[in-house]
Design a protein around this ligand. Structure first.
Ligand code: ADE
Length: 225
């Protein structure tokens, strides 16, 4: 799987992919993540990529030409399954969307800044618009990192224990059951006896019950379906 991320702040994306599971996925050759500086595609000596909005109003708007040049260069090198624009007015990312994307191969991700990007970029090039939640961040870089993380960990072979992505919260439509590790008692707080019983059927039944309880309490909306 390959991600090409287009941004005016490439340095912001140096760290998120250089650790832990995302780093391992790249080392294993299961994911490639390339970050492109949008300013390299600016055609003026100040390397500016934004301008005032037509019709007036506050804030600057990112121009179409630099995005178009960068996207078209990438498209001349390979085909892409989706060109994704990270934006608070997109569809809200959830596990189902991450699962669907994890079955595909190549993505371009556009990170917006300032007031936004020229609508024509969205109309002409973008195939999916994704939000990471109902709040506004300063740019699309952190949302892009969230999306890449959510998708890459689902690629078969990325997680050492392949079943662990399947047992994530949300994969079965429910939140996870509580988990514990040693010591069995800490300052008088005991791990539930059932987990120490060694009775696998009992443990599974307890976990199922806890998942349901936790979901009912915290996310009743997930139980509607
Ligand atoms: N850009 C700014 N805020 C965002 C959000 N919540 N989701 C995706 N992209 C964004």
């Amino acid at each position: 799987m390959r991600f090409d991320i287009i941004t005016v702040l490439p340095s912001l994306l140096e760290s998120p992919f250089a650790h832990s599971i995302l780093q391992r996925a790249q080392k294993k050759g299961l994911a490639e993540i390339h970050v492109h500086n949008l300013r390299d595609y600016a055609n003026n000596k100040h390397k500016s990529v934004d301008d005032y909005p037509y019709g007036g109003g506050s804030g600057m708007v990112m121009q179409i030409e630099p995005f178009a040049l960068c996207i078209e260069k990438l498209q001349s090198e390979r085909t892409y399954d989706d060109i994704i624009f990270m934006t608070p007015d997109g569809v809200t990312l959830n596990q189902q969307i991450a699962n669907d994307l994890s079955t595909k191969e190549n993505f371009i991700i556009l990170c917006g800044h300032y007031k936004g990007i020229d609508q024509r970029i969205r109309d002409i090039y973008v195939t999916k618009e994704i939000s990471i939640g109902d709040y506004v961040l300063s740019g699309g870089e952190l949302p892009a990192a969230v999306l890449v993380d959510a998708v890459v960990r689902l690629i078969p072979g990325v997680l050492s224990d392949e079943t662990s992505a399947l047992s994530d919260s949300f994969q079965d439509g429910l939140l996870d059951a509580p988990i514990y590790t040693r010591p069995a008692e800490w300052r008088g707080h005991r791990v539930p006896d059932v987990l120490l019983s060694g009775d696998e059927a009992k443990i599974n039944a307890w976990r199922d019950e806890q998942q349901l309880l936790r979901t009912k309490e915290r996310r009743p909306d997930l139980l509607k379906d």
